[in-house]
Design a protein around this ligand. Structure first.
Ligand code: UD1
Length: 425
């Protein structure tokens, strides 16, 4: 299993390009199931989660063609053409769903276009129970016959019917699944309490360019007028706001100065705000962000909540930043019930963190010291890398397959910013 070896204490400096967003790419790939015509996606990040999704789609009879070279430091990701004209196997098996929960995003498109889907229930994961009951409830309200059989959600509908849907909580993939399904349903669907995440908006833009009639994406009420069929399109995937935030945080924690290109601050207000509170100078360009950190950042309290509030996917990275900042701060996690697994690993580097339910109290230390730590999930892994970069001495981050799921060539990008980091087998 690969590990990352980091010799910490170097302020990050320089410029790197941000990749296309994983959490936009995954639903967009599933949108290709909605049409028999080819859908081309550009700026696709080369990640293990993308490879898992490609495997899943290929298994269903989708033809996949990689039409562009993979991303380079220049920042133009790969291009993929997905052709679902031969879709013949509406199944997402447990082996793939357990690897990647976002596999559930095939459910809505399959029922809508193929009339049937069998998708394994994902089960629990490192950060909490994460059920998919809202996806199921929504499809049932649209007239799907839906039940659980042998660990699989089995859904059938000759033709989905538009409906008024209300989700009990804000769910990102739930909103995406139901929005995709509604595109081919008969009549109007209204999704209330919809997720407002930029990735939902990116998906809506692509669906609209495929002929879907959607309004309100980016607000908490999305209206979809069903159409008979969708056609092919070409769509460029938005920049990864979480990758952007992660490198900004890494620069802040190391007292560095970086410029991130191929990205935009427009999806990152809550994160940028906190980095400024931490004492960082930020300059925004049209498609780039510059950050200059103070020698030592000031601790900042955060509370995670659905977009546009502070993202749960940036919580662990800010915990790492607070570990080396001046002062004490609180971190409240309101989205997932078990998302502080990184705290005990950060403590191995000398961090002072107390956990009280869904709140962590972090008191910054002038210095952390390197140690061997183990990654438990994607963003937790990123927080350990940030802490390792800021710590004195060597940090070995084990189980980095989590990082490879969601960060494109992380060690290369960090090395380009001057970090002493290498992958060891
Ligand atoms: C997406 C993101 C993930 C991010 C999360 C929250 C993708 C591929 N992943 O995950 O990176 O951390 O949003 O911003 O986009 N819930 C239910 N029942 C449901 C659905 C959700 O109880 O049917 C709960 C979840 O357990 C969680 C909360 O609702 O507590 C929000 O989850 P959700 O927004 O659905 O997360 P994902 O879409 O899985």
């Amino acid at each position: 299993m690969d590990k990352l070896l980091i010799a910490g204490g170097v302020p990050l400096a320089g410029e790197i390009a941000i990749s296309g967003a994983k959490n936009a790419a995954l639903p967009l790939m599933c949108a290709a199931l909605l049409t028999p015509e080819p859908v081309t996606l550009t700026n696709v990040p080369e990640l293990n989660d993308i490879a898992t999704m490609l495997k899943l789609l290929a298994q269903m009879g989708v033809k996949v063609e990689k039409v562009g070279a993979g991303g380079t430091a220049g920042g133009e990701g790969m291009a993929l053409t997905l052709d679902a004209s031969g879709l013949n196997q509406p199944l997402a098996p447990y082996e793939l769903v357990k690897k990647m929960r976002a596999s559930v995003l095939v459910l809505g498109p399959l029922v809508a276009r193929y009339g049937e889907a069998r998708v394994s229930l994902p089960g629990g994961c490192a950060i909490g129970a994460r059920p998919v009951d809202q996806h199921i409830k929504g499809l049932a309200a649209m007239g799907a016959e839906i039940g659980i059989e042998q660990g699989y959600v089995h859904a059938r509908a000759a033709k989905l019917k538009g409906a008024r849907l209300f989700t009990d909580m804000v769910t990102v993939t739930g909103t995406e699944n139901l929005m995709m399904a509604a595109c081919l349903a008969a009549g109007e669907t209204v999704i209330e309490n919809a997720a407002r995440e930029p990735e939902v908006v990116d998906l809506a833009h692509c669906l609209i360019s495929m002929g879907a009639r959607i309004s309100g994406a980016g607000t908490d009420v999305i209206r979809i007028q069903g159409v008979e069929r969708l056609h092919g399109t070409t769509h460029r995937i938005m920049p990864d706001r979480i990758e952007t935030g992660t490198y900004l945080c890494a620069a802040a924690a190391t007292g560095g100065s970086v410029r991130l290109t191929h990205t935009s601050a427009s999806y990152l207000d809550a994160v940028i705000d906190k980095l400024m509170d931490a004492g960082c100078e930020i300059a925004l360009e049209r498609e780039a962000i510059r950050l200059k950190a103070p020698k030592r950042a000031t601790a900042v309290s955060i509370r995670t909540a659905p977009y546009p509030a502070f993202p749960t996917d940036m919580q662990a990275q800010f915990m790492a930043l607070n570990c080396v900042a001046e002062g004490t701060a609180t971190i409240r996690e309101t989205i997932f019930e078990n998302r502080f697994m990184h705290a005990v690993e950060l403590a191995r580097l000398g961090a002072d963190i107390k956990i009280d339910g869904n709140m962590a109290i972090v008191t910054g230390k002038p210095r952390l010291t390197g140690a061997t730590v183990m990654a438990t999930d994607l963003r937790a892994s990123a927080s350990l890398v940030i802490a390792g970069l800021a710590a004195e001495g060597e940090t070995l981050v084990d189980r980095i397959y989590h990082l490879d799921r969601g960060y494109e060539r992380m060690e290369e990008k960090l090395a380009a910013l001057g970090a002493r980091i290498r992958r060891v087998k």
